[in-house]
Design a protein around this ligand. Sequence first.
Ligand code: GAL
Length: 635
Amino acid sequence: MKPELGVCYYPEHWPEDMWAEDAARMVETGLTWVRIGEFAWSRMEPSPGDLQFEWLDRAIDVLGAAGLKVVLGTPTATPPRWMLDKHPDMLAVDAQGQPRKFGSRRHYCFSHQDFIEECTRIARIMGERYGRNPHVAAWQIDNEYGCHETTVSYSQPALQAFRLWLADQYGTVEVLNTAWGNVFWAMEYDSFDQIDLPNLTVTEPNPAHVLAFRRFSSDQVAVFNKAQVDVLRPLTDAPLLHNYMGRILDFDHFKVGEDLDIATWDSYPIGFLSDRLEADEAHKITFLQQGDPDLQAFHHDLYRAVGRGRWWVMEQQPGPVNWAPYNPAPLPGMVRLWSLEAVAHGAEVVSYFRWRQAPFGQEQMHAGLLTPNNAPAPALAEARQTADDLAQLGAVTQTQADVAILFDYASDWAWTTQPQGAGFNYFRLVFSAYRALRRAGLSVDLLSASETPKAGYKLLFAHGLATLDDKAEQHQSQLTVYGPRSGAITRDFQIPKARPGLSELDCEVDLVETLPPNVRREVVGGGAAQHWVDRLSGSAPDLLTYADGTPALKGENGVWYLSGFPDEALWDRVISMAAQEVGLTLHPLPAGLRRRETEQHVFLINYTSAPVSWNGREIAACDVLILKKHAPEGG
Ligand code: GAL
């Protein structure tokens, strides 16, 4: 596969006489893809039934004639204002019972049937018009499901749909009462029609109720997406895709991904560093203009799994964004670095957001490849340089890693439903292992925990999988690491009699403790557990112990159970012990340097603002050194 570059473009924002020159400049920059259309509903249909597609016909013609391949977006993330007059109850409702109003975007509830019909109607019209257009080479459905916390809605349509969903899941209300343990606090129901949404209760609602609602809300996203897939499939042979976001866990991306051909995601490394990552101040300052060295890679690996091997970056940050608390510019070289890193993880396309900075609207402070006045912004030259790099690079092929992490959205919902300890969550736990594996120079695969088991991994992490799927147990690997909280909750949020996954290990969790963030449970020999501690017993050997003599890690027969959330030092120890156990070579890296292997290459990626030496090689600041495989890595 030969990776390519693209850009997001809004022809409706610019006079038509600029389009041809824009297209020519895109081609000059080395871009081959352009995404359009995803927010243009008010221009496609200014009033109900008044279809105005001639401008879009011309835009596609101009871009296509320049040699660009078009990704055409369905515009369903931004229904026009008239839609609300037609369907006044289509808005999502927040947990306080307030509608989330018109005036920005994503103003719809996933459960609103009439709105879904409006979406399939516009998708059908577009499919019929452009499905066989030779320039339309891919379709994006909607835009960033779940962004702006839009997955969960407490609307009347959601309530009606939830009751039907429950009846379908449980059959009878008696079964539901037992499954949820509704005898507790006399919460038993006589019929599904009495069951409300789990908001505005006096105190905490039943966690089983909340988890069921979270599962339902996630399913609604998949149903919504599939409605458009079903309409477009017969009308086009081009691949269908969606652009997911970073660290949005409110719906099961694997489920949505099953109906699509390619997973794409929107990567904003500097925005994410300040906006959605728990890290200390020093780390955030060190990487202020580069982004976290692992957060992008984590999502690349996650979406490679969601896309079953096929994935893109649909939106790549090109300069300061407008939406994070602080918005510094990337250091010179970073836009190219992010692009090449994505390629190293298997991106088929890296597409920049956006072509030209908009002089109006919410994102007028968001950089593009061009300034609002059409002058080159710093990222334009880096995109050009990346295109040249890619021409040199040739094919990039992914290989299965030796190490995998099982990832499970429902486990995140379970942790957030009953966190038990403040300031800690499933994502942090999963990500901390990923980081530690990358510090050790390893390539990592992320896998869906409910997928059919895959063979060939030496080391598998099933840590934090609170609602462990039975299938996770069947993954074959030399060593599987569970805990903390793995298998702790059934599908219906009860404590299981025995923890799944642990049949090979004589190990019980007798007690769970959570700790304030500044408290550490020291482990003998170095490192500590923080936040969460499962107190363990059983005849399985203690591989590590806490200072008070209680087990920190137990293991036998290729199964280990980790009692707490490890700090960096403890992760490093656990990973080196595990590597030794399964015969895996580690390549410990200096801070901020990362390493990714493909079939043909080793990529050395320097996220720091200074040159780094490793194995006799020097990697310049914010640079990527690409070594051909089978040549020695040492210098
Ligand atoms: C993404 C979104 C784009 C744009 C961008 C700004 O979340 O898909 O439409 O808003 O962020 O960074």
